[in-house]
Design a protein around this ligand. Structure first.
Ligand code: SF4
Length: 517
């Protein structure tokens, strides 16, 4: 065998760089399902099933092209990618291994070490899936004291001529965030478009049974599984989003409503992260909707900012700062994650709803993740790594390169100092911690009307834990944020509290911490 092309579960793209020069006569593919990928964090059954089903469909499509695929199924009982690769190399004796850069630092190290130990050359190729390369990001970051997504995003918009007229951004502005923060109001959302539903085929049904047997204690309701597992299904999901949801996406992208997990969100992140979709086609389809007048600019820009902006930016952060990034803990937070994150059993209605939906469906939208589950962990002072483990486990779209900076950096504000306490290169990725009281949740959702707590109360039996913990957070970190350009005003508000009130907040916050951790 000449080349053994390694294809990982998040590299399901026929045009991947790993296939450049692929010769079906002399080369073959290698894919492996191993238990460690579902257990190194306790992966939701939905997440495992999505990866395995999409991998099996991709392998079938490759075989249909006449390509040889050496595939280790989970039933073979192999524990690690390294073990599976070692067995394949011993059997097939390839001259060279070819791999497109993987999405996880841990996996890259494991495969590199294995190849070295086996004495077979490993050729690592650029991941062309992304608009930018890690080198582009590193060049952008070099010499900058502070990294900001906005600068990187604008440069990418210009370079790739996305939403650009002449040499100006469409509509004369780069950012339409201020138009994209509406709440639903008391009447709630208008009828939400029906979701594209993919009934599990025989391959998916087989995977669902397998995952249920292998990982019985893991969270996730497989009866709800209907994620796209092929490129065709992913393209249909994209089309339905552009036609039905994109026109309203931006307007309500921050809003939340009981019993409405999907709203106008794209639900494309899983297909994008598995590489069933290319971000270029997603961005082009969104821009085309604006140009055709079927979606407003604010909505289209808000969506493109997620794909072309945040997604590329966090990838750059991850690959330029790993592995040290994983151990950052700038706010010195050490509490364990409350057990209810794994059950949804809590009296806090917002968390009950968001965690319940997450465990059941493997999905929550950005604001539910940032301003409900992430916010509580930040305010409590949960160890960032424990928060990271939870997010990587429970969401179908979670791949470490995108999940870790979003959780550890943006949501937990933990990345401003390196693991050994020095200022981090480029500073923290978020310009301030996303700290807020329960009143933010009350404004953006109807969760509070089903809750025993009151979002405006900071002390007493019915005080909203978010509100109590917000003031406690400001007190605990007052020194750190007193002269922070975007936090100083919030810290100043502490002066409005009497000594008694401060003491009562502290006592109540301690009570909450004892009760939940
Ligand atoms: Fe959540 Fe507080 Fe509202 Fe209850 S009152 S739903 S805990 S924000």
């Amino acid at each position: 065998l000449r080349h053994l092309v390694l294809v990982l579960g998040d590299q399901l793209d026929h045009s991947s760089s790993a296939f450049d020069g692929f010769d079906p006569q002399h080369d073959a593919l290698w894919m492996a399902e191993v238990s460690q990928e579902s257990t190194h964090v306790p992966s939701s059954k939905l997440r495992s099933a999505l990866f395995l089903s999409a991998m099996r469909h991709f392998a079938s499509a490759c075989r249909a092209r006449g390509w040889r695929v050496h595939y280790t199924p989970l039933e073979a009982g192999v524990a690690t990618l390294a073990d599976a690769l070692a067995a394949a190399v011993a059997r097939l004796r390839p001259q060279r291994l070819i791999l497109t850069a993987p999405g996880e630092w841990r996996v890259l190290q494991a495969l590199r070490t294995t190849a070295r130990a086996l004495g077979v050359p490993l050729e690592l190729r650029e991941d062309r899936h992304f608009f930018s390369t890690v080198r582009d990001f590193a060049a952008h970051a070099r010499g900058r004291k502070q990294l900001r997504m906005e600068h990187f995003y604008r440069a990418l918009r210009q370079r790739h001529r996305v939403l650009i007229d002449g040499d100006q951004p469409c509509g004369g502005r780069w950012n339409f965030d201020t138009e994209n923060r509406a709440a639903f109001g008391p009447a709630g959302p208008p009828p939400v478009p029906a979701r594209v539903h993919f009934s599990p085929d025989a391959t998916t049904r087989e995977v669902l049974t397998l995952v249920d047997q292998r990982f019985p204690g893991h969270v996730g309701d497989l009866a709800t599984f209907d994620w796209p597992v092929t490129r065709e299904q992913a393209l249909l999901t994209l089309k339905r989003f552009i036609d039905e949801r994109l026109p309203y996406f931006g307007h309500w992208q921050d809003a939340m409503w009981r019993g409405e997990p999907w709203l106008w969100h794209s639900q494309l992140s899983a297909a994008l992260n598995l590489k069933l979709l290319n971000p270029r086609e997603v961005v082009a389809a969104a821009e085309a909707a604006y140009r055709a007048g079927t979606a407003p600019l604010a909505s289209v820009e808000g969506f493109i900012r997620q794909v072309l902006g945040w997604r590329e930016y966090v990838r750059g952060i991850y690959w330029t700062q790993m592995p040290e990034y994983l151990d950052r803990n700038a706010l010195d937070a050490h509490l364990p994650l409350p057990a209810f994150y794994w059950t949804g059993e809590t009296e806090m209605a917002c968390l009950r709803e968001v965690i319940g939906q997450t465990l059941r469906l493997g999905y929550a939208h950005h604001i539910q993740r940032l301003m409900v589950t992430g916010l509580l962990a930040l305010l409590l002072g949960v160890a960032p790594k424990a928060v990271h483990t939870w997010y990587l486990s429970v969401y179908v779209d979670a791949v470490e390169w995108v999940e870790l900076p979003n959780v550890l950096g943006m949501s937990q504000f933990a990345d401003g100092l390196t693991a050994d306490g020095r200022p981090a290169p480029g500073g923290p990725m978020a310009s301030k911690p996303y700290a807020a009281t329960g009143q933010y949740i009350a404004r953006m959702s109807n969760y509070c009307s089903a809750c025993r707590y009151r979002p405006h109360q900071r002390t007493g039996d019915t005080a909203c834990p978010f509100t109590t913990l917000y003031w406690d957070f400001l007190m605990r970190h007052a020194k750190r944020f007193a002269s922070h350009p975007r936090m100083a005003l919030q810290v100043k508000n502490l002066a409005r509290l009497s000594a008694e009130e401060r003491a009562a907040i502290r006592a109540r916050a301690d009570e909450i911490r004892r009760a939940v951790t």
